[in-house]
Ligand binder design. Structure first.
Ligand SMILES: [Zn+2]
Length: 109
């Protein structure tokens, strides 16, 4: 999913990553944009192979199967390009590249 041709730039370089309560996250990007995320929203967008069919790109995860009460148990940084979340539903295989997180943020605005 992530490859060497991925674009780089201030817009996908987080300057600050802050967990907000149990179920929120904010990222301040290098271009000063601040994006807010919710745990259920991020979980629904999980890009892992269990949630998205690798061949067709089709989302397998049903949005309604994600509880509104979902919380973030742990956030870790993967390499220098992505975040990984451990959710309260036990799921933890999604690798969210910074580019993907930025795209998610732009999509909903
Ligand atoms: Zn997943």
């Amino acid at each position: 999913m992530i490859d060497a041709t991925e674009r780089r730039g201030a817009g996908i370089e987080p300057r600050a990553i802050k967990q907000e309560g149990d179920a929120g996250l904010s990222i301040t990007w290098g271009d000063d944009r601040v994006c807010h995320y919710t745990a259920p929203g991020l979980r629904r967008g999980c890009p892992c192979a269990q949630c998205v069919n690798e061949w067709t790109g089709q989302r397998v995860l049903k949005p309604e199967s994600v509880a509104k009460e979902l919380t973030i148990l742990e956030i870790s940084i993967v390499g220098r390009y992505a975040l990984n979340f451990r959710w309260s539903d036990g799921h933890e295989t999604g690798i969210y590249s910074f580019r993907y997180l930025r795209d998610l943020c732009e999509e909903k605005n």
